[in-house]
Design a protein around this ligand. Structure first.
Ligand code: SF4
Ligand code: SF4
Length: 235
């Protein structure tokens, strides 16, 4: 329940609510506690849909429903529904049944490196930053012994901030696995597939893929031009 006097903040957050994106403003610490100074959702929102300065400003049309705010918020305010955590968990459980190596990769990377789709343990996401500890531990609980986050393009992506978020989640997951006595590797990899060269060294494959990619998609050839998000949100 919103605290009297903080209702404007809650109302602003609620503006992000859509049929595909749940928001629970009453769970925001800044709605519940006058002295709270949390800014994590704004810090990790790659599109500027959430901005926190002297006040909170929400721009719903800028929301790409990437889910990074879900992973960043410590109090569970946000909940993208497609895919929701249950969808991702179901996908990673199927992947873990097929392979002891579960590989998380974003849609952009998979468009550039289509052979990755042949990996039996592949799980596709909008962004690696969408992952959080319960999903990563869930992959190990489902049977994965090697959980790989493919980050070959992250440093050039508009969603680069998602890589930082995922890095924190991987560190915490390793601590949790140690505490739980569960043995498995949880790591980043720049390889498209096990045994392949790092993605940065695959200039030919990347150039060929970008030449046939949609207008506005990221490619090495655009390095000097404006960086545009390759996703449909058109950022
Ligand atoms: S879903 Fe992504 S774009 Fe939308 S508010 Fe959350 S972090 Fe920002
Ligand atoms: S990250 Fe969550 S708790 Fe923090 S300000 Fe944003 S909505 Fe509120």
């Amino acid at each position: 329940m919103a605290v009297r006097g903080f209702q404007p903040w809650a109302d602003e957050l609620a503006a992000l609510q859509t049929d595909n994106f749940e928001v629970h403003p009453e769970q925001c610490v800044r709605v519940r506690h006058r002295q709270a100074r949390c800014t994590r959702c704004a810090d990790f929102c790659p599109t500027g849909a959430i901005q926190i300065g002297t006040a909170l400003k929400v721009v719903p049309l800028r929301c790409a429903q990437c889910g990074l705010c879900l992973a960043a918020c410590p109090t569970g305010v946000f909940g993208p529904k497609r895919p929701g955590d249950a969808d991702i968990m179901a996908g990673l459980e199927r992947a873990a049944q097929r392979s002891e190596q579960v590989v998380f990769a974003c849609s952009l990377l998979l468009r550039k490196h289509r052979r990755m789709r042949s990996h039996p343990g592949l799980v596709e996401l909008d962004c690696l930053g969408r992952l959080h500890e319960s999903l990563l531990v869930g992959a190990v609980a489902a049977g994965a012994r090697d959980v790989v986050l493919s980050d070959g393009l992250c440093e050039r992506c508009t969603y680069e901030v998602g890589r930082k978020l995922a890095n924190d989640r991987v560190a915490t997951t390793r601590t949790l696995l140690d505490a739980l006595g569960m043995e498995a590797a949880v790591r980043f990899s720049e390889q498209a597939l096990p045994g392949m060269p790092a993605l940065q060294d695959r200039g030919t494959e990347r150039a060929a893929a970008s030449a046939t990619g949609p207008a506005g998609s990221w490619s090495r050839g655009q390095a000097d031009g404006p960086r545009r998000c390759p996703r449909l949100c058109g950022i």
